[in-house]
Design a protein around this ligand. Structure first.
Ligand code: ATP
Length: 958
């Protein structure tokens, strides 16, 4: 056997041994990382099991209050602050995530890195010390960069999650105030209403129709009825009806409870499995790319082995030479920087969305947003300003209009052209009093003199109208105190309150949607007291007001038994007396009108789904510019249609009125079945199923319930429709930027690999690039050029093209074609200049320095090409539009000067100084890629122009 053959076998054996070693390390490190994760979780659970558990459900309410030294008015602010310092904030302990060491180690737990490590070890065994040191150095730097970037991305997400901190309504100093849920202390008295997330463990003191969904604790998704009676000590958790546990959701009714435990002391704190819930920094596209990376690595290893054999058997290389060449090939072809760049691009995108008021709760939504074809939006507050004013009041005899703007309670009542004195109209005054008392809002004048409403803006507007008529709100509520209520729910669409006067009168006031209220009324207020209800007349009046874009509200009254202290649905079912209709104006948001236009240009259909009257909805739909505002489907009509018929109708109809959350769910399902990707907004507790079902559920940050936020993928910090359009734009941009990063990085690897492969094929003994030089190119361009693409702003036409097809693969034919030919250009240029230098008699160091700098220069020019996938960059915006690109290029040039001229770098990388003339040649050759790719784009654009419209849309995405 020849000596070289022995060497080959030795090296092959060595390779195998090292590969096995690498796999062993992979398994051990991986196991260690996983173990670390599990340990973190176990220790968290163990820590919390120590907390004692008082049997709160066994205490009567007075005992519970006594135990915590609290009262029916709650705590004073001072006492609460003191308790907060003893008990600490009401927060679950931060999930114990991996420590920095484990996180750092995890950076090495990657197949690509194992290949590099094996390469480094073998290189060292072959006594190429310098190369080995550089390879290990690069692995280390890669890990540090990964570590830092991952940390930054995690911090960014954590900060965004912090923006969604829940609030709680609590009595302090005898007043109901809203505080950060973290500020709750044992002894606080908390108010609950449907849609709230229970902020701490509570011993319930009041409950009215209270139902709570306790799935996070018990796994049971059917809501449980709650009460206040004490229970035997052995009652299991799921049956403790007088307790409300932190993290569960109020699905119905009202209640109040005493805070018994906070933070880690709560039931959820004890069984917290938060570690398992820590969100991975990944999305479907990132997973697809990671998968692609693994395949690529396998393919590269095969290619490296084949070329190893080819080199030795056909080209007479020594095994050592060939091994280094194969290492070079593997290093060249593996896109080491890609995963980190993708993660950071995603994190930057999410941060940018938060800056535009769209807070992402689940990362995959970022990608889905770019595919959204239909947005179903609420009306009130989302498309309109939710700044309501009463514009008209219709009593039995008179139709009055009101002047004045906003919440300023100065204005006049007019009848036709005449000013009216409302105090002189007893029936009008009665209607206004009813509207002001059957009301939970509060009107306040701030120190600056401006008027503010606390609570529902529509109820606030009713208060403003009452004050305009001279009603003293405080005196009225003192004179007719409220003893009970049926709160408003979108299911029954009315609110009722029970009042008793000190004079012994007792009556019910009720306000709500006219369809609901008219059905309960038998009479109407008349000069003689009462007259039978003229239903048709009132219905015509409702239609007329709604057609003017007003939200219409009916107000009614009914006497009650003097001794009654509770109000039931049966009490308000029949025999009410209608007092008046109120017409409220809520103008559309200017930004929403613009955003609807933007969406339509972007091929996204906007549909309005509202609880309001059909005529009101149509009027507002026309004002915001929906495509088909005249055709409205109501909830009742919807119910009459079967699935097939509704699917058909849903394609054309853009306005859905008087719908319930169940209708929303059905609509989302049917729209999805007809192939659309649907975003749906919602705010109420009952919207949760529709939000969950939608491809992108969007909850309102200001007016939305916690239940809706929990179910949503995205939360709008400003409740504004325009923010959805912005989020779609950012979603499209993030996806573009992820694709641009791939489009930029892969040809670089392709070019390098082809250079090495070409050298092997042609039997070069001096390779144009050494493994360490290749590593240098990959690392240095990943942290400068590729990273700059993550900051790429939206392309000018990003909202002028139709939504991306969700099923379209990342690597489209156009992509693969560009990656292939750019790789070839890079190879030809780099090889060409290397050979030219060699031919001119330059040293191998100089020729390699030229090759490296040519490659880098190619990448700089190609970076500009990559800024726009199909649009031209040969303009001012194309070159200067992203300042990070310019910084990155500047920084990279400095690095290259150091790489070329600094003696330590020359020693490390085997480079040598080159002259100015050579630089000029490099720049001229490298600039070719810019023009060739732009030419290809221009030809592509012309080709697409000639296509018929439908196939053009499909081709744009590719
Ligand atoms: P959108 O879907 O456009 O946001 P919405 O969600 O406000 O509309 P709902 O809240 O379901 O719709 O209200 C439906 C109807 O119920 C309203 O048109 C109004 O007539 C009535 N309504 C709304 N709020 C109250 C309230 N606080 N008290 C009494 N009635 C109300």
């Amino acid at each position: 056997m020849l000596e070289s053959d022995i060497l080959i076998f030795d090296i092959i054996a060595l390779e195998w041994a090292i590969a096995l070693l690498a796999i062993a390390v992979f398994v051990i490190v991986g196991g260690f990382v996983d173990w670390g994760n599990r340990r973190g979780m176990r220790s968290l659970v163990a820590e919390q099991r120590h907390a004692g558990e008082p049997a709160w459900h066994h205490l009567s309410d007075e005992e519970a209050l006594g135990r915590l030294d609290s009262g029916h008015d709650g705590l004073s602010a001072h006492e609460a602050a003191q308790r907060l310092s003893t008990h600490g904030p009401n927060r679950l302990p931060e999930p114990k995530t991996r420590g920095p060491l484990l996180r750092f180690l995890a950076q090495f737990h990657n197949l690509l890195i194992y290949v590099l490590l094996v390469a480094g070890v073998v290189t060292a065994l072959l006594q190429h010390w310098l190369d080995a040191v550089v390879i290990f150095g690069v692995v280390l730097i890669n890990a540090v960069i990964g570590f830092v970037q991952e940390g930054k991305a995690e911090d960014a997400l954590k900060a965004i999650r912090g923006m969604l901190s829940p609030h709680a309504m609590v009595w302090r100093d005898g007043r109901l105030v809203t505080v950060d849920a973290a500020e709750l202390v044992p002894g606080d008295l908390v108010q609950l209403q449907s849609g709230d997330k229970v902020p701490a463990d509570l011993r319930l003191l009041r409950a009215k129709g209270l139902q709570i969904e306790e799935a996070p604790l018990t796994g049971e998704s059917v809501p449980v009825d709650k009460g206040v009676a004490a229970l035997p000590p052995e009652t299991p958790l799921a049956d403790r009806r007088c307790m409300a546990y932190s993290g569960t959701l109020v699905t119905h009714g009202l209640g109040a409870g005493l805070v018994a435990a906070t933070g880690a002391g709560t039931e959820i704190g004890r069984i917290s499995a938060m570690v398992a819930n820590v969100e991975q920094l990944t999305t479907p596209l990132l997973r697809q790319i990671a998968q692609f990376g693994r395949w690529l690595t396998a393919a590269i290893l095969v290619l490296a082995s084949v070329s190893f054999a080819f080199g030795i058997l056909v080209r007479d290389y020594t095994a050592a030479e060939m091994f280094l060449a194969s290492v070079g090939l593997a290093v060249a072809a593996i896109p080491e920087g890609l995963p980190a760049i993708m993660t950071i691009t995603l994190a930057i995108g999410v941060q940018r969305m938060a800056g535009r008021n769209a807070i992402i709760r689940r990362l995959p939504a970022v990608e889905t947003l770019g595919t959204v074809g239909i947005i179903c939006s609420d009306k009130t507050g989302t498309l309109t300003r939710n700044a309501m004013t009463v514009a008209a009041i219709q009593t039995g005899e008179r139709r009055l209009t009101l002047t004045g703007a906003g919440y300023d309670p100065h204005g006049t009542f007019m009848e036709d052209e005449d000013v009216v004195r409302p105090q002189e109209d007893a029936r009008l005054t009665e209607a206004l009093r009813a509207a002001a008392l059957c009301n939970d809002a509060a009107l306040e004048q701030t120190e600056g003199g401006a008027w503010r409403v606390h609570g529902d803006p529509m109820e606030g507007a009713l208060l403003v109208a009452a004050v305009k008529a001279g009603l003293d709100l405080e005196a009225a509520s003192k004179r007719y105190p409220r003893t009970d209520l049926i709160p408003f729910e979108s299911g029954h669409r009315f609110m009722a309150t029970l009042h008793h006067s000190h004079a012994g009168e007792s009556f019910i006031y009720l306000k709500g949607a006219p369809e609901a209220v008219l059905g309960m009324c038998a009479y109407q207020r008349s000069p003689d007291g009462e007259a039978p209800l003229e239903r048709a007349t009132w219905e015509a009046r409702v239609e007329a007001m709604a057609a003017a874009g007003q939200r219409v509200l009916a107000v009614a009254v009914k006497p009650a038994q003097p001794h009654r202290s509770e109000l039931d649905f049966a009490d308000v079912d029949t025999d009410l007396t209608l007092l008046a209709l109120f017409g409220l104006m809520d103008p559309p948001r200017q930004e929403a009108i613009e955003a609807v236009g933007t969406c339509q240009a972007a091929g996204i259909r906007v549909k309005m789904i509202t609880g309001d009257h059909a005529a009101t909805a149509r009027a507002i739909a026309a004002q915001v510019g929906l495509e088909n505002p005249d055709d409205a489907l109501t909830g009742t009509e919807l119910d009459a249609l079967d699935d097939a018929a509704l699917r058909q109708r849903a394609r054309e109809v853009d306005v859905y009125a008087r719908v319930t959350p169940e209708h929303k769910l059905r609509l989302v399902q049917l729209l999805q079945e007809s192939g659309a990707v649907v975003a749906m907004t919602g705010d109420g507790v009952n919207d949760a199923p529709a939000l969950k079902r939608a491809d992108v559920g969007v909850a309102m940050g200001i007016n939305g319930t916690e239940a809706a936020k929990e179910a949503a993928e995205m939360v709008l910090a400003d409740d504004n429709f325009a923010s959805i359009a912005n989020a779609v734009e950012e979603g499209r941009t993030v996806y573009d930027n992820l694709r641009k990063a791939i489009l930029f990085i892969l040809p670089t690897n392709g070019g390098e690999a082809l250079v090495v492969l070409g050298a092997i094929l042609f039997g070069f003994h001096q390779f144009p690039l050494t493994p360490v030089q290749i590593l240098w190119v990959n690392m240095i361009t990943a942290v400068t050029l590729a990273l700059a693409l993550a900051f790429e702003p939206p392309e000018p036409g990003v909202m002028a093209r139709p939504p991306r097809n969700a099923r379209q693969p990342v690597l489209t034919p156009l992509f693969l074609w560009r990656i292939a030919y750019v790789s070839l250009i890079l190879t030809a240029g780099t090889f060409g200049l290397f050979l030219w230098e060699d031919y001119q008699g330059a040293s191998i160091e100089q020729a390699r320095t030229v090759a490296v700098n040519t490659l880098i220069m190619f990448e700089i020019f190609y970076l500009f090409n990559s800024r726009y996938m199909t649009a031209s960059v040969l303009n001012r915006e194309g070159f200067l539009g992203n300042r990070y690109v310019l910084y990155a290029v500047g920084l990279l040039l400095l690095f290259q000067l150091a790489f070329t001229y600094l003696p330590p770098m020359q020693a490390l990388f085997g480079t040598a100084a080159i002259g100015a003339g050579i630089w000029l040649r490099i720049v001229l050759v490298a600039a070719s890629v810019l023009f060739i790719v732009e030419l290809e784009k221009a030809l592509g654009r012309r080709w697409r122009q000639r296509l018929p419209a439908a196939s053009r849309e499909a081709a744009v995405g590719s």
